[in-house]
Design a binder for this molecule. Structure first.
Ligand code: ADP
Length: 438
């Protein structure tokens, strides 16, 4: 282990910080965790680590820590401009992310998936397809199970499937996936990046260390710079290696999967399926075996999730839609008129770009959160009503929706102004819908 006997500092006591600290400590490094927050729940977590011999410093003392370390592991949720990180930068300590740390320890090849939308769905899908075809693998990364935890069992896997975010890619050094997938790119996280160029550049780092022995699976509509790796393209709209024709996914002209035999509707899911099939192909897995495995797969909750049919109205929970591209895809995957519930926190973009689609497909919008007035302005003249809470929005939608319509909750932004995260927001929505009288 590279860090055995070395001193390491881990910034941030979230999921990935905790996993990185544990991995380093088990491998014989002297580990200190620095965390700016100092709440009762953080203190509980800190105690669990100190019991394992890991040092933890919380609150303002963490930001002023004067110790020198051999290496710093930065958690992806922490913006490098905050004092905690600036203090480490001033001391010239080499900084890597948890992704890089775990990669250095990984004993099997890695498949990595990035994109603005569809990462979790495609990561799960790829894992299910590979497992169905007999490949020993597990999904980890930006998906609940940190890579630094999963990697401890990497000798028992044939390959690791990783969901990777732009934030994680910012701090790589040698990270080199054998197969790297680029799903799509649209405006997101503009509250953290100065602009789209910086966001795109962070994501492009997924290909940075690949060679001609590796594969890059890319959406053919994204204009990417020339890549070293062998290219496999996919697209539901333009010509590519993997295409969608009349609901059937084709590979270089040969039909390989009928999308209607899966539980993944919509053009966006066709692209997720194509990307997953392409990754399997790159690993030498048979299409037929992957196609069989995917038929049973259901998307995770909060992604266009069916909640209930009430008086002929279908209710869908798409709480994970935290940018405009995902709202667009959710709308495009419906055939009936839509009553849309949207809105939330200001993430640094306006809702104007999807106004023409809203005009075409949404009969009425019910808006919530910090941005509701601005969204109503952007979407004028589509009828918009403002609600104070999500429960109130559900009650208004229940009065509004007519038989044969869909009520789609696809907020288009994050929820931190009203909820802890998209999961809590989606659960509040589902509870409100399920308690409507029948
Ligand atoms: P991520 O992990 O990138 O956030 P998810 O699979 O969790 O992606 O899906 C997030 C949101 O994006 C959901 O609203 C989902 O319906 C939508 N979505 C899924 N796949 C795509 C895609 N390929 N293009 C656009 N939107 C998508």
């Amino acid at each position: 282990m590279i860090y055995s006997g070395k001193s390491a500092v881990v910034l941030g006591l979230g999921h990935s910080g905790e996993a990185a600290a544990t991995l380093l400590s088990e491998e014989g490094a002297r580990v200190t965790v620095l965390e700016s927050n100092d709440t009762p729940s953080i203190r509980d977590k800190a105690r669990a680590l100190t019991d394992k011999g890991i040092g933890v410093i919380l609150g303002s003392a963490a930001e002023m820590d004067a110790t020198d370390y051999d290496v710093c592991i930065l958690s992806p949720g922490i913006d490098p401009i905050v004092p905690l990180v600036q203090n480490v930068i001033r001391k010239d300590i080499p900084i890597i992310g948890e992704l890089e740390l775990a990669y250095e320890e990984c004993l099997c090849p890695v498949v990595a998936i990035t994109g603005t939308n569809g990462k979790t769905t495609t990561t799960e899908l790829t894992t299910a397809m590979l497992q169905g075809a007999g490949v020993r693998t597990i999904a980890s990364g930006n998906i609940g199970l940190p890579f630094a935890t999963a990697v401890r069992q990497s000798s028992s896997y044939d390959v690791m499937v990783l969901e990777v975010s732009s934030f994680q890619l910012e701090t790589i050094r040698n990270f080199r996936p054998q197969v790297a997938a680029w799903l799509n790119l649209s405006p997101n996280h503009l509250d953290r990046y100065p602009g789209m160029e910086e966001y795109r550049a962070a994501k492009l780092r997924i290909f940075e260390n690949q060679t001609a022995d590796d594969y890059a699976v890319v959406n053919a509509v994204n204009d990417l710079p020339p890549l070293e790796a062998r290219l496999l393209t996919f697209s539901a709209t333009v010509d590519a290696d993997f295409t969608l024709r009349e609901g059937i996914i084709h590979f270089r002209g040969e039909a390989i999967l009928d999308q209607s035999q899966t539980r993944l509707p919509g053009v966006h899911n066709a692209e997720n399926l194509m990307a997953a099939l392409a990754m399997g192909y790159a690993l030498g897995v048979d299409f037929e075996r992957m196609a069989q495995a995917v038929r049973e797969y259901t998307a995770p909750p909060h992604r266009c999730e069916f909640v209930r049919d009430r008086r002929g109205v279908r209710w869908l929970n798409d709480s994970k839609a935290t940018n405009l591209d995902s709202v667009e895809k959710a709308i495009l995957s419906q055939n009936q008129p839509i009553v849309l519930i949207a809105g939330g926190k200001d993430k640094g973009f306006e809702f104007d770009p999807i106004a023409p689609l809203i005009h075409q497909r949404v009969r009425k919008a019910i808006l919530i959160g910090e941005m509701k007035e601005r969204i109503a302005k952007s979407w004028h003249p589509v009828p918009c009503e403002l609600a104070g809470t999500l429960q109130e929005a559900v009650a208004l939608a229940a009065q509004e929706a007519r038989e044969g319509e869909v009520v789609l909750f696809s907020p288009g932004t994050s929820s931190f102004d009203m909820f802890r995260n998209y999961g809590e927001r989606g659960n509040v929505f589902k509870d409100a819908v399920n308690t409507l009288d029948s």
